[in-house]
Design a protein around this ligand. Structure first.
Ligand code: SF4
Length: 291
């Protein structure tokens, strides 16, 4: 089975199209427009803003057990600076979606104010949050009221022991409570980002997908990136997108979804099990980071 996941198709423009076989577009191929268009013709309409480098988990593939030398609070962008950056992006460069990430963005005490401020911009961007969901149960409603549109939750296992092994923290129940709160707050369906690792949770992919389908979540598997916090990453210690798809296909019929991806790196699949009621989307991705 051959599966292609990931990069958008390069688009030739202007001079390079006329030359036909030129393998790499030149800077002169870049269209004269204020939008963020690279020389391959790809338009960037998403802005990711990391609100903090701190996190309350210690995922083994992200940072060492003792944490990192985190930035001092004055070094982080303030509410005003974040709003100004987002305003320039949406009014000058055609950015249509602002995503807040971390570290763990819920650790910002002023997160509700940040979202309210960015939601007041004209044109208003779509606002999303990538989070580990710890603490979300008490803040989901306020975030939704402030203007948050959607949430991506990083979750690699629904087994408490496996979750604790990966994150070095026993907080699975808090994560699940946060995901439940998203629905109660009336936000759009949650997307779940998961990384599978050999010998740790690679045998739980189907179960994770079943859980996501039952909850109405879109699941996105992401290939592990060599962030290498512990200097132990090896090519053979990662599960590829193709391998994940093969394992899921043993249980589910996966059908490519041709819906426009708007430049997103993940390929979408609809999946149907032998139970007719369970039909939903699995989103496979070779994106390098779940943040
Ligand atoms: S992967 Fe995300 S949740 Fe895990 S330690 Fe890194 S920032 Fe925190």
């Amino acid at each position: 089975m051959s599966v292609v996941l990931g990069m958008p198709t390069p688009r030739r423009t202007g001079a390079s199209a006329a030359r036909g076989a030129t393998p790499v577009p030149l800077p002169s191929d870049r269209p004269a427009a204020s939008a963020l268009i690279d020389r391959f013709g790809r338009e960037a309409t998403d802005l990711r803003i990391s609100l903090t480098d701190r996190c309350n988990l210690r995922c083994t593939y992200c940072m060492p057990a003792e944490g990192l030398p985190f930035l001092a609070p004055p070094a982080l962008m303030s509410l005003d600076e974040i709003t100004r950056l987002a305003r320039i992006a949406v009014t000058e460069f055609g950015v249509r979606q602002v995503r807040f990430t971390g570290g763990e963005p819920l650790l910002r005490k002023d997160l509700v104010e940040i979202i309210r401020s960015v939601a007041s911009l004209d044109p208003r961007p779509e606002i999303s949050l990538t989070t580990n969901a710890i603490g979300l149960s008490s803040r989901a409603e306020a975030l939704a009221e402030a203007g948050l549109d959607r949430i991506n939750v990083s979750l690699d296992s629904i087994h408490p022991e496996t979750f604790a092994e990966i994150t070095r923290r026993p907080f699975l129940d808090r994560v699940l409570a946060g995901i439940d709160a998203v629905r109660a707050a009336g936000l759009r369906s949650t997307k779940i980002n998961a990384v599978l690792m050999p010998g740790i949770n690679d045998h739980q992919g189907v179960e994770l997908l079943e859980w996501a389908l039952a909850g109405g979540h879109q699941l996105r598997f992401i290939e592990q990136m060599p962030l290498d916090a512990d200097h132990s990453w090896a090519r053979e210690s990662m599960i590829t997108a193709a391998e994940i798809r093969e394992r899921l296909a043993e249980r589910y019929l996966l059908t490519p979804d041709d819906a426009p991806r708007d430049g997103a790196p993940a390929e979408l699949f609809r999946c149907a099990s032998d139970r007719p009621a369970a039909t939903a989307r699995y989103s496979g991705s070779s994106a390098s980071s779940r943040r």
